[in-house]
Design a protein around this ligand. Structure first.
Ligand SMILES: NC(=O)c1ccc[n+]([C@@H]2O[C@H](COP(=O)([O-])OP(=O)(O)OC[C@H]3O[C@@H](n4cnc5c(N)ncnc54)[C@H](OP(=O)(O)O)[C@@H]3O)[C@@H](O)[C@H]2O)c1
Length: 242
């Protein structure tokens, strides 16, 4: 059994990833700031699942989360970290408070960097191969009006992916990003109906993405078949960026 840590697994894409990996037989630990009923349900259903309360972006809490998760998994080696926790807030930059940008970058970028650092330290201690998957967004490469800080955070994440891939290839640790298009989750509820309709019209597949469109790619990147793929950003967006 392999242990995978997923940040932000209480709802949305993170919850779907957690469920998918549990069904595939991974040992999974996750965190979020608040617990949800889905977490309680998974806890009673799967002995190899554990939730921790942690605020990703807070360096001490992020490190403690990884330590607690690895202590809980005991003899099972850490195989991967999936940097999924993220927040989005809309507003044109000229009137967007700096504090909001700071918080957003702290969670989406610094939090992912801290988690990657902790994972790499565990891989070093284990003297093992490993995987890091960063959940980015097409907005990191394309930009989007009203999402400057979010876009910057995701572009930063893709840069982190490339740099870490170079730094860790020799140790058989791969680092990749997955860049979803617009998914039908709580996060995308910040979009107005007009923007939603516009996105659907511009998407060749003519719909928003679902979390199930993303989870198979996670399985693939965790599999032995993906051992030579590193430093890449895999776009899954129904063709909207083509
Ligand atoms: N939805 C989309 O259209 C879309 C598109 C492209 C990329 N993405 C990316 O996919 C990822 C997941 O998005 P989603 O749509 O599933 O979002 P979501 O439904 O809002 O879920 C976000 C998850 O992250 C957790 N979280 C947020 N801030 C956290 C923090 N500081 N510490 C710990 N946990 C935290 C949330 O739990 P708590 O709030 O309880 O902490 C929740 O479990 C994000 O990185 C997002 O940028 C989403």
């Amino acid at each position: 059994m392999k242990h995978v840590i997923v940040s932000g697994g209480s709802r949305g894409l993170g919850l779907a990833i957690v469920k998918h990996l549990l069904e595939e037989g991974y040992m999974v630990s996750t965190c979020s700031r608040a617990k949800t009923s889905e977490i309680d349900q998974l806890t009673s259903q799967y002995p190899y699942f554990q939730w921790f309360q942690a605020e990703i972006g807070n360096a001490a809490q992020t490190a403690l989360f990884v330590k607690q998760a690895c202590d809980w998994a005991k003899e099972t080696q850490l195989w991967a970290i999936i940097n999924n926790a993220g927040i989005a807030k809309e507003g044109i930059l000229a009137t967007f408070p700096n504090i909001e940008s700071d918080t957003l970058l702290q969670v989406n970028l610094h939090g992912a960097l801290y988690l990657a650092r902790e994972a790499l330290r565990v891989f070093l201690r284990q003297n093992s191969a490993g995987r890091i998957i960063n959940i980015s967004s097409i907005i990191g490469s394309r930009g989007y009006t009203g999402l400057a800080a979010y876009s910057a955070s995701k572009a930063g994440l893709d840069g982190l992916t490339r740099a870490l891939a170079r730094e860790n290839g020799r140790r058989n640790i791969t680092i990749n990003s997955i860049a979803p298009g617009y998914l039908d989750t709580e996060m995308s509820s910040i979009l107005s109906d007009k923007k939603r309709d516009q996105i659907i019209r511009r998407t060749p597949m003519h719909r928003l993405g679902t979390v199930e469109d993303i989870t198979p790619a996670i399985s693939f990147l965790l599999s032995d078949g993906a051992a030579f793929i590193t430093g890449q950003t895999l776009t899954i967006d129904g063709g909207i960026t083509t």
